[in-house]
Design a protein around this ligand. Structure first.
Ligand code: TLP
Length: 345
């Protein structure tokens, strides 16, 4: 059976061009700053995001952790959206390694406003203990169905936070998806933020790697923290090379994933007991509620799997499907046909 894998856009495999680039990559010892391919990737990432400098990190989680660590001191709090990746999926690294706690705030369908953030900011003092040190946003917002935060809202939050002396980090794992949905450049999405992390290994299709971008001094310190976390990676040009291909080629086809996600959502919305508003699908993530079908998400996953479709539940009643370049229109139709069978079983 040929599988249609909609569990995540992390499952994408390197393209032939990426594999060639890996084989041919010029390399050196990156801990000495001598890997020319890594250096080119970092320069290109900074340029695309409109920041001074960038650091290649093995994962998005490490990029977020380094940012949290650098913007805070132990004993502080960071304001995040309640479904954010930093709060839910990073093994509490903010607490375990940076020594801060997350103050989760419920956004409107995942999207925070300055009013919501401001209400969660705390100034410390003998009773009102933990002071806020950082605000961290996510765009697109993975577990809010790939929702996109408009530029004006991001600007307002960043300006408000800055006026209170607080930096703002962006978990931009899928910043290029957000930029396409907004019809702007990634640099426009990144502009108001002090630091941004984005991933090469999601819809862009590179086998691994993320970039942390920000001011030059911030990135110098970030490099020290990457080393401290065991992330001095030596001849890692073989991994940076597919990242360069991703930045040249993959960005230009992400809109296809968004079209496929909308097609998927519209088809699912027709099915009895499946709840989703296709109008709200802005990028490549489709989250739908299956409670009214009488099956749990685990049962849906099993039923899908029996029909060659891979998709995970993200709660007892919510399923997530993520489109990417290994799933074409036919794959979407196969997933919809399977969903139809499950509902009509
Ligand atoms: N997301 C993964 C899972 O961890 C949930 C996925 O399948 O979507 N920020 C965001 C918004 C992410 O979605 C992810 C990964 C990360 C950070 C972490 O990236 P990695 O996996 O490279 O550490």
């Amino acid at each position: 059976m040929s599988w249609i894998d909609l569990r995540s856009d992390t499952v994408t495999r390197p393209t032939p061009a990426m594999r060639r680039a890996m084989a041919e990559a010029e390399v050196g010892d990156d801990v000495y700053g001598e890997d020319p391919t890594v250096n080119r990737l970092e320069e290109r990432a900074a340029e695309l995001l409109g920041k001074q400098a960038a650091l290649f990190v093995p994962t998005g989680s490490m990029g977020n952790l380094i940012a949290v660590k650098l913007h805070t001191r132990p004993g502080a709090e960071i304001v995040v959206e309640e479904r954010s990746h930093i709060f839910n999926y990073e093994m509490a690294s903010a607490a375990a390694i940076a020594g801060v706690i997350c103050r989760p705030v419920k956004g409107d369908e995942g999207l925070l406003s300055w009013e919501m953030v401001r209400a969660a900011i705390r100034h410390g003092g003998p009773y009102y203990v933990t002071p806020t040190a950082l605000v961290a946003l996510e765009n697109s917002h993975n577990m809010a169905g790939g929702a996109v935060l408009p530029i004006a809202a991001a600007e307002e939050i960043c300006a408000g936070a800055r006026a209170l002396g607080l930096p703002v980090h962006l978990d931009g794992a899928r910043i290029f998806n957000a930029a396409i949905a907004l019809g702007v450049d990634a640099a426009d999405v990144a502009r108001p933020f002090d630091s941004v992390m984005f991933c090469l290994s999601k819809g862009l299709g590179a086998p691994t790697g993320s970039l942390l971008v920000g001011d030059r001094d911030f990135i110098v310190e970030a490099r020290n923290w990457r080393k401290r976390l065991g992330g001095g990676m030596r001849q890692v040009g073989v991994l940076a090379a597919p990242g360069l291909v991703a930045l040249e080629e993959s960005i230009h086809r992400l809109h296809e994933d968004h079209e496929n996600a909308r097609r998927l959502a519209s088809g699912l919305a027709q099915l009895h007991g499946v709840e989703i508003d296709p109008e709200k699908v802005q990028t490549n993530i489709v989250i739908f509620d299956v409670e009214a079908t009488g099956l749990t998400s685990a049962e849906w996953s099993a039923e899908f799997k029996a029909r060659g479709i891979l998709a995970n539940g993200i709660s007892a009643s919510l399923m997530r499907m993520v489109t990417h370049y290994d799933v074409d229109k036919n794959g979407v139709e196969r997933a919809l046909a399977a969903a139809r069978e499950i509902v009509e079983r």
